[in-house]
Design a protein around this ligand. Sequence first.
Ligand SMILES: Nc1ncnc2c1ncn2[C@@H]1O[C@H](COP(=O)(O)OP(=O)(O)O)[C@@H](O)[C@H]1O
Ligand SMILES: N[C@@H](CC(=O)OP(=O)(O)O)C(=O)O
Length: 243
Amino acid sequence: MIVQKFGGIAMQNHQNRQLVIQRIQQAINNHQQVLVVVSAMGRRGKPYATDTLLDLLPLNDSSIETDLLSACGELISSAVLTTELKAQGISSTLLYGKSAGIITNDTYGNALIKKVDLSSVNQAFKNFHCVIVPGFQGFSESTHNFTTLGRGGSDLTAVVYGYHLNADVVEFYKDVPGIMTSDPFTSDNVELIPFMTYKELEEKIDEPIEVIQKRAATFAALHQVPLHIRSLYLDSEGTFVSN
Ligand SMILES: Nc1ncnc2c1ncn2[C@@H]1O[C@H](COP(=O)(O)OP(=O)(O)O)[C@@H](O)[C@H]1O
Ligand SMILES: N[C@@H](CC(=O)OP(=O)(O)O)C(=O)O
């Protein structure tokens, strides 16, 4: 069993999602079971990207409404990917909200995970090789509202499932070859770092764009969840993070 996480760039168009589907098929072939975490499609300007949705609101507070709206981006992308997988005959199903099992408090915009209920996920794996879940979203135990896990929170979703499912590895598919000495989009002469410890990863997350959400990196370090950050486009090995 492995966990794969596909971010906004990976999910942004049909062409990239075909690469996503190839990665999922490879994971099923090699590991039988794969839990797939997806983010909202694309970046600001794309119709269903998180920032595009949030730009609809006159104010960005931490509220039930803001979290409901931002959770929609991941709901849309998970519904689209699951339908595309089914259309290609790949054994898959979608779980979201309470069924996805990420149960949180009511701190809208940056909710704390109180428990992870994998009963529906485990049941789904009895019938399907691939279970798709929307990243970034939680479900409030007390109010039954959607919550969100902080910006970039799909990374945390992936790491939390990786830990609770005892996955062999959590794979992140990005628009970079892996973790580099610095952000390749803003620095020259960068090199791939093939292996890092959790401590080195946490120290590396200092760029304006976090290559992995800091909260996710901290959770992975605490629970020693093996991470593999790699390119969606290249077949190269990328970066492994462990002790
Ligand atoms: N050291 C680094 N190595 C590689 N990418 C980095 C690094 N630091 C920052 N980044 C940035 O992280 C981005 C990947 O994170 P992000 O866009 O949030 O991906 P995703 O949408 O898949 O979660 C890269 O496009 C890059 O700009
Ligand atoms: N879509 C959310 C969650 C997320 O993690 O997105 P991405 O994987 O594209 O960074 C956000 O923009 O914050």
